[in-house]
Design a protein around this ligand. Structure first.
Ligand code: P1T
Length: 437
């Protein structure tokens, strides 16, 4: 039941699980929803489904939902992990009579299992997996029509800005990129044709915090949808759909996968209409992840909570060291006194995350140099995995936005703080900073 409702057991999981709505690309919301709201009728949380394959996770903790949510042991074999179903097509007993899957672009059991699992974690009814974060974003932007107006943040992943302005802009989308930290700034650019407001929080790479509820209120007053990119925070830290977001997007390449071994994306919603349209786009444009990619992301979900906890602890330790180092200019992290989004962060986030940015007192040359001087922090794009990464956003992840509203400071360095021993990470950064020319 690819993308099926996932409240407790969308049944994803496997060939043989029956149903069939999942394989019909135009049928999101039809059928498969019957089990969405509570698992077995009358069963207590934690109860197993009658076939014993699934646990009803309603009301259970994040870690339990991450491991058991929306999915269960494989009904055909009892395998505790949904297998990697390497089949591009599925046998039909008679024309139109099948076990829920027809053709793997439209739906396959490995993807269905992941989709139901992540939907449970985000508090969504529907989750749709894509081949990359940008593929998911592209599908969401295709909900708009030429002449519609989109509001972007002026601080966001460079690829998001590039996709909107250089792919969808020429196709007729009208776009403004503004500072969303102050919702008054948003109010000022809203127009009758504004159909979507896009938020990233914390932002990439400046780690600004946007008040999701406040932005949702403005967007909805003007009849626009609110999309939140939850890649940096993950559902362990914040749940945008509970704060008024209509759609959440993810690059699952990052914390959700968590091991730098897969590229993937996601779109999630509670709206059956939006799910219908996104499912149609997922199948029609075909930017779907393969079954092994789905397996890897789902494996990442199982340990998301413990990984995020340690990412946040290690990041806080690094922040303390950076604050006291003479080579460092400003440290950007939502927990710091004076961070403009601090109060909002304390309200809408469980913790402050594993990303840390800072400027160098000696400017761009020092920023570039420090990136080449670390040994444990690997100089590479991407983020959110077990190994620590360092990068220069101006020349790397955000090079494509040079000269635009979304240009990033040249003296900025971004860290993705990983799960190595904190003292080793501190020592590595310290020697890199101490030795600057
Ligand atoms: O790389 P992809 O899976 O397509 O995801 C794009 C994307 C979307 N949203 C955010 C917030 C992101 O950070 C990204 C990808 N970002 C990087 C590769 C990076 O190093 O910042």
């Amino acid at each position: 039941m690819s993308g099926g409702p996932a409240g407790s057991g969308g049944g994803a999981g496997a060939a043989g699980s029956g149903g069939g709505a999942g394989s019909d690309p135009d049928a999101v919301g039809s059928g498969a929803g019957s089990e969405a709201s509570g698992g077995e009728p009358g069963a207590a949380s934690g109860a197993r489904s009658s076939d014993g394959d699934r646990i009803d996770v309603a009301g259970l903790g994040f870690e339990t939902r991450a491991i058991h949510g929306g999915t269960g042991a494989d009904p055909s074999t009892g395998a505790v992990n949904t297998p990697v179903y390497l089949s591009s097509t599925f046998r039909q007993e008679a024309v139109g009579v099948h076990r829920g899957y027809e053709y793997a672009r439209s739906g396959n059991p490995s993807r269905a299992s992941l989709e139901a699992n992540l939907a449970v974690l985000e508090g969504a009814e529907w989750g749709l997996a894509f081949a990359s974060g940008l593929a998911a974003e592209d599908a969401v932007l295709r909900l708009l029509a030429p002449g519609d107006h989109l509001v972007l943040p002026n601080d966001a992943y460079g690829g998001t800005y590039r996709l909107a302005t250089r792919v969808h802009g020429p196709a007729g989308l009208l776009i403004d990129a503004v500072d969303l930290v102050d919702p008054a700034g948003l109010e000022a650019v809203m127009r009758p044709m504004t159909k979507m407001v896009w938020v990233e929080t914390p932002t990439n790479p400046l780690l600004r915090v946007i008040d999701i509820e406040a932005v949702a209120a403005v967007a909805h007053r003007h009849g626009a949808l609110l999309v939140v990119d939850n890649t940096f925070a993950t559902p362990w830290i914040q749940l945008p759909l509970t704060m008024g977001a209509d759609i959440v997007v993810h690059s699952t390449t990052k914390y959700l996968g968590g091991h730098s071994d897969v590229v993937g994306g996601f779109a999630l919603t509670r709206s059956p209409e939006l799910a219908d349209r996104l499912r149609f786009l997922q199948n029609s444009t075909g930017a779907v992840p393969g079954p092994l990619d789905c397996y890897l992301v789902q494996r990442g979900l199982k340990s998301l909570a413990v990984r995020m906890e340690r990412h946040c602890v290690n990041a806080a330790i690094i922040v303390e060291m950076l604050k006291g180092h003479p080579a460092v200019g400003n440290v950007l992290y939502p927990s710091l006194p004076g961070h403009p989004g601090g109060a909002v962060a304390r309200r809408q986030m469980r913790a402050f995350g594993g990303m840390v940015s800072f400027t160098l007192a000696a400017g761009e040359p020092a920023a570039v140099e420090v990136c080449a001087r670390t040994r444990i922090f690997t100089l590479a794009e991407s983020l959110g995995a077990v190994e620590s990464l360092i990068e220069h956003p101006g020349r790397m992840t955000h090079a494509s936005v040079a000269g635009s509203t979304n240009e990033v400071p040249a003296d900025l360095v971004r860290l993705s703080v990983g799960l190595e021993t904190a003292e080793d990470l501190v020592a590595d950064l310290r020697q890199a900073l101490d030795g600057l020319g």
